[in-house]
Design a protein around this ligand. Structure first.
Ligand code: GTP
Ligand code: MG
Length: 262
């Protein structure tokens, strides 16, 4: 419990969405900047007009109770929203607080986790759709608790190593959670850097240079000639750029310039 609280904490910092085209923001969808020390350092070097970080989109969904796969609670709505996402943050309640009612009556992180897993599996079994299985999406566990209650969730931490947060705090530190979400999605970052703009771009691990070029413009990909590449740290140390062809595997932390035909 605490999904909406977490969502509000994640998305409360306003971000300039005009930099991110095709980003339709529904009421329960929020985009969050990925904190990145490398981007900050590149920005210090180039002192550009604009610095644009990578983003991750978070969706706040309705809670799930036992029987959701049969339509209990907001079950069906919940499950169809999960189908749309690339990965799941499973926020588990670890905090006590008798004022906040637990739907199953007691605080039981392992039991709560098992209910959700079971409902996802049941829904998958019942569903005709087998491409896009709910129970096979990557999951990041987040345990919402304060440090006084470890006896309640020690077993959970051992079994499903979570990111631990305490949403009751005024300003919980969410940077670890954002970074872990980014990694969960199997994403890496490459940069473009110049006097106008220093920018972090997101790409799937394993992508080749033309796909990176295509993030910036489809023409860059279609008419790709080569890429000039340097690791961000080497750039700061005035190292050498290297020319790479269409088979180059983009590395996390690359700074890239693309050459393309007309
Ligand atoms: N004591 C305590 N209360 C919390 C904590 N996190 C959330 N709450 C409270 O729990 C209640 C429910 O929090 P929500 O964030 O709405 O929970 P949710 O997971 O979105 O719930 P549903 O959308 O109904 O599934 C609110 O009153 C919160 O203030 C916490 O860490 N400690
Ligand atoms: Mg909620």
């Amino acid at each position: 419990m605490g999904k909406s609280t977490l969502f509000k904490a994640l998305t409360k910092k306003p971000i300039n969405i005009s930099n991110y085209p095709f980003c339709t923001i529904l009421p329960n969808v929020g985009i969050v900047q990925v904190p990145d020390e490398r981007l900050d350092q590149l920005s210090q070097k180039f002192n550009p007009l604009k610095t644009i970080p990578a983003i991750v989109e978070f969706v706040d969904i309705a809670g799930l109770v036992k029987g959701a796969s049969q339509g209990e609670g907001l079950g069906n709505q919940f499950l169809s929203q999960i189908r749309e996402v690339d990965a799941i943050i499973h926020l588990v309640r670890g905090f006590l607080d008798p004022e906040i009612i637990h739907v199953a009556g007691n605080i039981d992180p392992l039991g709560d986790r098992d209910v959700v897993e079971l409902e996802l599996k049941l829904k998958d079994e019942a569903s005709k759709e087998k491409v896009n299985l709910l129970s096979e999406k990557p999951i990041l566990y987040v345990l919402n608790c304060s440090s006084e209650e470890p006896e309640l969730y020690g077993d959970f931490i051992k079994k499903y190593p979570p990111v631990i947060i305490n949403l009751k705090e005024e300003n919980p530190d969410l940077s670890k959670l954002i970074t872990a979400s980014y990694e969960l999605l199997n994403l890496i970052t490459f940069f473009t850097a110049g006097p106008d703009e220093v920018r972090a771009w997101t790409i799937k691990k394993g992508a080749l240079a033309p796909a990176a070029a295509g993030k910036i413009h489809s023409d860059f990909q279609n008419k790709f000639i080569c890429a000039e590449v340097i690791n961000w740290q080497d750039l700061l140390n005035n190292g050498l750029w290297r020319t790479k062809g269409k088979d180059y595997l983009v590395q996390d932390g690359d700074v890239m310039i693309f050459k393309h035909g007309q």
